[in-house]
Design a protein around this ligand. Structure first.
Ligand code: 13P
Ligand code: SF4
Length: 300
């Protein structure tokens, strides 16, 4: 393990690489990263970092976003089969068919979509800025918010604005049941309950806060509270505990695992740096179209 970390360190220096990691990857991967964050923070970092090589530790749509925003960099994705099942629930051809059938509708795509699908939408959002993005759209215009029906319904309820829902969801976050939340609330009456807005509206309605992963990390850091029930993927507990050793974090259920996030390992990071592969490559015409909705989001 020490050897592997040393190997990564040597290769990182030699390649002048920057390692970006999502809050859900394994703790040992987070620990060797230059920057760990949520989807929005990582997109901004990828745009601003200006490194010849970016190693993206997360699922594929995140690495694609890094490539779209940093087209001159070599973007390495150490586990090319680490996809996001929710992103695959909005197929590019189906989204284009929807657009043709609803020419007046503004199509908002959660950043958890493939680059191929982003090429057919108007604007992107993440869980951290979904409300801001929706608020920037003319209230008179119909909106389709895809692919996450849970995030869409949660944001729609908060803003009291109707949006059309796509039948997508995150299998990891959809697994949490309101009964589980009620039981955990009874068991830990003093804990604050934080969930991700990819959870169902019935779960979100029982929570104290529904926040992006970056939002949750900020919230627990700034809160005077000492005990928290956490309703999102378990990888986030690593940073929570590391940054707040005097506070207690309890997962609401052992079921919230995203197997794709765990496909990034120290071994495949070292291999990727050594071989400068596997890379994210996107056809230039597709990249140009897919970049537009992300840049529109970042310009808000
Ligand atoms: P964040 O944007 O909150 O990091 O979430 C990304 C994600 O994939 C949640 O499942
Ligand atoms: Fe996709 Fe859910 Fe995994 Fe996030 S946790 S990457 S939405 S499957």
């Amino acid at each position: 393990m020490i050897d592997l970390k040393e190997k990564i360190e040597t290769l990182r220096r030699c390649r002048r690489a920057v390692i970006l990691a999502h809050n859900y990857v394994e703790g040992e991967v987070q620990d060797i990263a230059d920057f760990v964050g949520d989807s929005l923070e990582l997109s901004i970092k990828a745009r601003d970092v200006q490194a010849p090589v970016i190693v993206f530790c997360g699922v594929r749509f995140m690495a694609e976003t890094a490539k779209l925003l940093s087209p001159e960099s070599i973007v390495l994705h150490p586990a090319p089969h680490a996809g996001c099942p929710m992103a695959d629930m909005a197929d590019a051809a189906e989204v284009e068919a929807y657009r043709q059938a609803h020419p007046d509708t503004e199509i908002v795509a959660y950043v958890n979509t493939t680059a191929a699908t982003k090429a057919h939408v108007d604007i992107c959002c993440t869980s951290a800025n979904a409300e801001k993005v929706l608020n920037a759209i003319d209230p008179a215009r119909p909106v389709m918010f895809l692919p996450d029906q849970n995030l869409a319904a949660n944001v729609s309820a908060r803003l009291n604005r109707k949006v059309a829902l796509w039948p997508g969801f995150c299998p990891t976050h959809n697994r949490v049941q309101p009964e589980t939340i009620r039981r955990m609330r009874t068991e830990y009456p003093d804990a604050l309950l934080l969930v991700h807005p990819e959870c169902t509206p019935s779960v979100v309605s029982l929570a104290d806060q529904a926040l992006s992963t970056g939002g949750m990390l900020r919230y627990v850091r700034e809160s005077d509270h000492r005990q928290f029930l956490i309703g999102t993927e378990h990888g986030i507990l690593h940073r929570m505990k590391k940054e707040n050793p005097d506070k207690e974090f309890i997962p609401v259920t052992p079921l919230m695992n995203c197997p794709n996030m765990k496909k990034i390992t120290l071994e495949n990071i070292a291999d990727a740096l050594e071989n400068l592969s596997p890379r994210i490559e996107l056809p230039s015409e597709l990249a140009e179209r897919a970049r537009r909705p992300i840049e529109r989001m970042l310009a808000l």
